[in-house]
Design a protein. Structure first.
Lengths: 331, 671
């Protein structure tokens, strides 16, 4: 009896999810379509961009020849086939396969953004829950501080941190993801990477923390007033169990939702911070490629990052279904 | 087990604070079910929360709550936590919101086992499964989430959760609000089972029927004060405090026959706040405010809280602070000791020449009660009612009104007594003069009263008096929903329909604010639709003005709808008297049964009169027609007997024993 019920539940769960995944596939296709056409309507081109900043003078013939050389002749069909075969073309600027460029930049970005995001979420959440639990002067102070931090854009904190800790105090490196050509062993290399990551990490961490904290605190305060929390308290459960098993467990839901929403903005955040610290991630790459109108690279990065956001959202949606049983039966 | 002594709780809310409980004292005992009744906002749930230690932190409390002698009010959080659920548990007011939406119910029910007793999770789940099965929640259902359950399933889950650690004290907050009848029956049996196991139970409910069926003791709360403590079986039957009476009258039970009454006015919350005086001293201060309006009038701290809504309030009620005092098996907080007897008739006899109209009738009437006298024509109903109204003098016997002898009162101050009683006569068309206008008809009693007082001896009435009179007349007309336009006031009775004339008669009876209304067949001349309106009107007046009404009718169907008590008369004697529900559903006297059956059109027990044996004048007046007659019925009048523990009296040697319902089942079976 019990198993039957469970199987049935899994079955409906799956069929429901195939439908969702279909929608995501359609979304992905639209993204590819946009990724193909949008860069093509971008004003300016690689040749103009290259020579507008240089002293070199080229004749009109030469320019026409260059433009023809770099013009995009790929049709949409060819583009799709190329995409699937991971043949994303050559970067005009770096003269390297675009896929190589992206995959060498990706780990850096993932490491930086992932750690900042996750830590900001976990710490912000716990701090928010605790703040809501012990309302008082300390809580008021932290809320004020967080609201202030929430208002400070990462471009400001980034530059400030760079100025103070890298340029004035010289405690941390000002640029790069690792010490170039150091030839460190595995362990030393790891430490070196961490050392380089600290400033951009802190910048991002403080950019993400206040939102998480304020949201967690807000939703926890609402949860604390709900009748089921009174039930849990009345049951004489230990305080930790009441706070986390019943309270925080429910306060988690909006925080997770926010994580998904914020993830879409991840790349913009990365763009600014990575550029400030010259961090060898996707953001820096994107910035450079846009500046130089490196069409294949822009196209690939935009597409890749939007697909990444889409994937994360799918993952979160599935995760949310486990977190909140109430949305499971909804269509 | 749990003793609550002089417990007060004040919710803090800005400058004002809400006094939710005011010096409440009672106790919960092993194997004993105490029920708290009262309107919403009377402090029932606050009491439950106070015992569980769940009041908001900033609540100001006073007095003590003891569990087996140990004081709970000063207990630190951790010790209280250990007490909760293990020793005392609570079933919260039913709604899915009291369960965590993201946890399976089985886990929520099992939680106390794991965290209080340190039982391993697997084992705890097994115990929980058994407990839930006991509450008829299947092993499939128990893995559901709260939003996947019906209201009844949630209620049973809450029960299972509360009982999981077998607590010795159980508090139930409105357990039946989302329950169907079957579930209610299940719960009643569950409560009885718990009671036999020695659990001390506090039941909070609006459902008085449930209270009667399960509880031992009932406590009536009004605005945080205990108004009456009574044995639960007396609910719906024998009530002392006007507040309890109004409450019970409002409740629809299966055997209530009278139309629902209600409590007049609105519920009031009390706010206390502190006035700072100029010399730095502070003075606590209570407000009574309607609903959310906290700026209501400054009411004195003294006196009865129910006074504004009470139908028998006297000046004294507002003057002294009132304590709970023992009255028989009840405890009542009322200056007047609960509902007072307004009118008492003792062994009244009245004969018109050789015809005995009333023979040895004793009736007492409580304030705010509707007593209906039913019986066939010539049974002496009208005579008895008119004797009560002071319109006819009895031959022998005593009659007292407001603790004064009526005869003496009438002899000394005839008009003053007359202003206490309003009479509505049998035939409306004939009881008004056709030469009078509407205004004059209603104003006539006032004219008579004024003539009696010395000032009005001079025929010229002053202007102010005229004004006052007009106001009274218009008020009376408004009370009976008649128009007050000048045009209408100048009409003559023949221009009005029968319903309007009857209303006019009622207005005339009401014009000098009487305490007692004697209505003699007020509806027999009316068609059913008008009759319904007039009955509704009388009931409404009764609730709003707290009138005491003697209602005379031959129609037991009408009596059923309007009465608190019914008195059945036959040949000048009272043969049965008691609460209306009892008389209608469980009549004891064969004559009452006959009346009811014939009203129902089912004369199943009517047999042609038995042999015309001579009945001695002392014999039972029904003996000749009675199918249950025994030998002595012919010789002597049966003595008064009462149904055990009830105020239901009857005069019969061989009363009907079966309840009419069962009886009908049986006779149907025989057919």
């Amino acid at each position: 009896m019990k198993m039957e019920g469970k199987e049935l539940r899994i079955k409906t769960f799956l069929s429901h999810n195939t439908r969702r995944i279909m929608t995501y596939l359609i979304a992905a296709f639209l993204l590819i379509l946009l990724g193909y056409y949008l860069p093509r309507v971008l004003p300016g081109d690689y040749v103009t961009a290259m020579y507008s900043q240089s002293q070199a003078i080229i004749t009109e013939e030469e320019e026409a020849w260059l433009k023809a050389e770099y013009a995009d002749k790929e049709s949409f069909c060819e583009y799709i086939i190329a995409l699937v075969t991971l043949d994303w073309g050559y970067s005009l600027v770096f003269s390297e396969p675009v896929s190589d460029l992206i995959f060498s930049a990706l780990p850096w970005t993932l490491f930086l953004l992932g750690s900042a995001h996750l830590l900001a979420m976990i710490i912000g959440f716990i701090a928010g829950v605790e703040a809501a639990w012990r309302r008082g002067p300390l809580e008021k102070l932290s809320v004020g501080l967080m609201t202030f931090l929430e208002g400070a854009p990462e471009i400001a904190t980034g530059i400030l941190l760079l100025f103070i800790f890298a340029l004035v105090l010289g405690w941390f490196p000002a640029a790069g993801g690792e010490t170039a050509y150091a030839g460190y062993g595995m362990f030393r290399w790891g430490l070196d990477v961490l050392y380089h990551t600290i400033l951009p990490f802190i910048t991002l961490f403080f950019a993400y923390l206040p939102g998480n904290f304020l949201l967690a605190r807000g939703s926890m305060i609402v949860i604390l007033k709900s009748p089921f929390l009174k039930t849990a308290y009345a049951k004489g459960l230990p305080s930790l169990r009441v706070r986390y098993g019943h309270g925080a467990r429910n306060a988690l839901l909006p925080v997770v939702t926010r994580f998904g929403l914020r993830f879409s903005f991840m790349l913009t955040g990365a763009l600014v911070v990575e550029t400030i610290f010259s961090y060898p991630g996707l953001g820096t790459l994107l910035f450079k490629s846009i500046a130089l109108r490196d069409l294949p690279l822009i196209q690939a990065i935009v597409l890749f990052s939007s697909l990444l956001v889409l994937t994360v959202n799918i993952a979160l949606e599935i995760c949310y279904r486990f977190l909140d049983p109430r949305v499971r039966n909804e269509t | 087990m749990v003793e609550i002594e002089n417990y007060s709780a004040v919710y803090q809310d800005g400058n004002h604070s809400l006094l939710a409980l005011d010096r409440v004292t009672f106790s919960l005992n092993e194997g004993y079910i105490t029920v708290l009744i009262g309107e919403s906002g009377s402090g029932k749930t606050t009491m439950a929360n106070a015992i569980m230690g769940l009041l908001p932190k900033n609540t100001v409390t006073e007095g003590s709550i003891r569990l087996n002698g140990d004081e709970l009010t000063h207990l630190d959080d951790d010790s209280y936590r250990k007490l909760r659920w293990r020793t005392m548990a609570m079933v919260f007011q039913n709604s899915a919101a009291v369960l965590n939406p993201v946890q399976r119910i089985v886990n929520q029910v099992a939680e106390p086992l794991i965290y209080h007793l340190g039982i391993k999770k697997e084992e705890a789940l097994q115990i929980t499964e058994k407990k839930l099965a006991h509450m008829s929640i299947s092993s499939d259902e128990m893995f559901r989430y709260p939003h996947e359950l019906s209201g009844g399933q949630i209620q049973r889950t809450l029960f299972a959760m509360a009982l999981i650690l077998n607590p010795r004290v159980l508090i139930l907050d409105e357990p039946t609000s989302a329950m169907d009848a079957a579930l209610k029956a299940f719960m009643i049996s569950l409560l009885k089972e718990l009671k036999s196991k020695g659990t001390a139970i506090l039941l909070i409910t609006h459902d008085l029927d449930l209270a009667v069926k399960t509880a031992d003791e009932a406590i009536m709360l009004y605005l945080g004060q205990i108004m009456e403590v009574l044995p639960a079986r007396d609910l719906m039957q024998t009530l002392f405090h006007p507040c309890t009476v109004a409450m019970c009258r409002s409740f629809p039970t299966m055997d209530a026959v009278r139309d629902l009454g209600g409590m007049r006015g609105d519920a009031f919350y009390r706010y206390t706040h502190v006035h700072r005086l100029s010399d730095g001293k502070t003075e606590p201060h209570v407000h009574i405010a309607a609903g959310a309006d906290r700026e209501g009038g400054h009411a004195p701290i003294l006196g009865c809280l129910f006074r504004p809504r009470c139908t028998q309030a006297v000046e004294e009620c507002g003057r002294t602070s009132i304590q709970l005092t023992q009255a028989g098996t009840h405890k009542v907080r009322c200056v007047r000791g609960g509902i007072v007897d307004l009118l008492q008739l003792k062994q009244i006899k009245k004969a018109y020449g050789r015809i005995t109209a009333v023979d040895n009738a004793s009736v007492s009437l409580r304030a705010g009660e509707i007593l209906t006298i039913v019986g066939e024509t010539g049974s002496g109903k009208t005579t008895l009612a008119m004797i009560a109204a002071g319109a006819i003098e009895q031959d022998s016997g005593m009659r007292t009104f407001k603790d004064r002898t009526i005869d003496e009162w009438i002899k000394n101050e005839r008009f003053s007594f007359a202003s206490e009683v309003g009479i509505i006569y049998q035939n409306p068309a004939e009881s008004v003069s056709h030469r009078f206008t509407v205004y004059d008809i209603v104003a006539e009693p006032l004219h008579i009263q004024n003539k009696s007082s010395g000032a009005a001896a001079s025929k010229k009435r002053s202007g102010t008096q005229n004004e006052e009179e007009r106001k009274k007349v218009l008020n009376a007309l408004t009370d009976v929903h008649l128009p007050v336009e000048p045009d209408f006031l100048m009409r003559h009775p023949h221009e009005l329909n029968m319903g309007a004339i009857q209303r006019l008669c009622i207005a005339r009876a009401l014009v000098h604010d009487p305490v007692l209304i004697v209505a003699d067949e007020p509806t027999s001349a009316l068609d059913p639709s008008v009759q319904a309106k007039v009955i509704k009107l009388l009931l409404n007046l009764q609730i709003e003005k707290g009138l005491t009404i003697i209602f005379v009718t031959h129609d037991i169907g009408v009596a059923r709808k309007i009465s608190d008590r019914i008195c059945v008369m036959l040949a000048g004697r009272i043969v049965e008297i008691g609460p209306a529900s009892k008389i209608i559903n469980e009549p004891r006297h064969p004559y009452t049964e006959l009346l009811i059956d014939s009203a129902r059109g089912e004369l199943i027990h009517f047999e042609s009169p038995k042999s015309e044996q001579s009945v001695s004048p002392d014999g039972c007046p029904f003996a000749n027609r009675c199918s249950r007659r025994v030998g002595k019925c012919l010789e002597m009048n049966p003595p008064c007997s009462n149904v055990q523990g009830q105020s239901h009296l009857f005069w019969c040697f061989n009363p009907v024993v079966l309840f009419s319902y069962d009886k009908k089942m049986r006779t149907d079976g025989e057919k």
